[in-house]
Design a protein around this ligand. Structure first.
Ligand SMILES: Nc1nc2c(ncn2[C@@H]2O[C@H](COP(=O)(O)OP(=O)(O)OP(=O)(O)O)[C@@H](O)[C@H]2O)c(=O)[nH]1
Ligand SMILES: [Mg+2]
Length: 345
């Protein structure tokens, strides 16, 4: 094992920070360390926190990290890593700085590691970079990895694919009208949090969410993104102890800055982790996620290999012929996959 991977495993924070940067930048050295560390991953509970801009995700994550630090995971208190994925959207212009200020009071604790990632820096794609960074934390012995993303479309789904437990954060005033609550977000939630419960309109928000949940529940189970319930994936150990095989989605309220509702939220996260392990869903999600990652990497590698073997300008030429109706799309693909097979022009 390289010194870097070794140092990360033994808990050296400087090496951890260095490796995270390498992984974010997609360097060969980072990839090598990841390969070496992969065997030591698979232990961490990955918790995704998503929701509309400004609903209080960072404030909640801050409180969650603090609360989890105070709880023993077996003999030791949890080690908590926080990965804040800032999509550099116009909504979140100043959020990164805000996060740093709010989270500074956690920074002296060696059992907490906080890292922000700007999505524009993720060369290999946001989802795969986030997954790789979570693996680094996992191998470094962090048993709780909290990943915050602003939910603006695909981001939520990607997080749900990565996380074992997905928290969706709503706030009053933003989701009172049903329009504002994207139905898709309910499909990925394992726990719903109505934060800013000190704000007026919280009852309306709760009512609207519960009504939508009642309508959406059957599909919610069936529509897990990217094969969360992939058929044919064997469950893990303990599958036979199915005393609570169905997870009924909790709807919780919180006031993050005051810590109100945080113990209940922590409890729900730990309960969900236990539920996943007991029902075999943990292993199922793990396998579905690994399959997603494998397929995505395979597609990317195949395409890269294929492109590198293509004669210069050949793709553009085929595209031209397609535009002139000289070849059909089907013929164009055949020609691109095998330049010898191209119909004569
Ligand atoms: N009144 C009230 N304000 C809150 C609560 N939680 C967070 N806030 C405030 O709401 C603002 C946004 O909080 P953040 O935690 O940065 O929200 P966020 O969802 O992480 O924001 P983005 O990352 O920009 O999407 C801050 O000014 C917080 O102090 C709450 O429960 N009640
Ligand atoms: Mg935030």
């Amino acid at each position: 094992m390289t010194d870097l991977a070794d140092a990360v495993r033994s808990g050296d924070r400087f090496s951890l920070a260095r490796l995270l940067t390498m992984v974010e930048n997609g360097t060969p050295q980072g990839r090598q360390a990841l390969d070496e560390l992969f065997a030591y991953t698979g232990r961490a509970h990955l918790v995704g926190v998503t929701g509309s801009p400004g609903t209080g995700k960072s404030s909640l994550v801050n409180q969650l990290a603090r609360a989890l630090r105070g709880l023993p995971a077996g003999e030791e208190p949890h080690k908590v890593a926080v990965l804040a994925v800032d999509p550099s959207s116009p909504f979140t212009g100043g959020a990164l700085l805000g996060d740093r200020i709010r989270m500074r009071d956690l920074a002296g604790d060696p059992g907490i590691f906080i890292r922000s990632m700007a999505s524009r820096g993720a060369l290999g794609g946001l989802a795969s970079t986030t997954a790789a960074m979570a693996q680094v934390f996992d191998a470094a012995g962090f048993d709780m990895v909290i990943i915050e993303t602003v939910g603006v479309g695909q981001g939520e789904v990607d997080i749900a694919r990565l996380a074992h437990t997905t928290l969706v954060v709503e706030a009053p005033g933003m989701g009172d009208d049903i329009q504002a609550i994207k139905a898709g977000i309910l499909e990925i939630a394992d726990i719903l949090v109505i934060n800013k419960a000190d704000r007026p309109g919280v009852e309306n928000t709760e009512r609207a969410l519960r009504a939508m949940l009642d309508l959406a529940t059957p599909e919610r189970m069936a529509n897990r993104p990217c094969g969360h319930h992939a058929p044919g994936v064997p469950g893990g150990p303990g599958q036979d102890e199915q005393d609570d095989p169905v997870w009924s989605l909790p709807v919780l309220k919180s006031v993050a800055p005051q810590g109100t509702g945080i113990p209940e939220l922590v409890q729900a996260i730990l309960d969900h982790g236990r539920y996943l392990r007991r029902s075999g869903a943990w292993r199922q999600r793990e396998m579905a996620r690994l399959q997603c990652e494998l397929d995505a990497r395979l597609h990317a590698s195949l395409e890269q290999r294929w492109r590198s073997q293509l004669p210069e300008g050949y793709y553009e030429a085929v595209l031209q012929r397609l535009g002139q109706r000289d070849v059909s799309p089907h013929q164009a693909v055949a020609a691109l996959l095998d330049p010898q097979e191209a119909p004569a022009s």
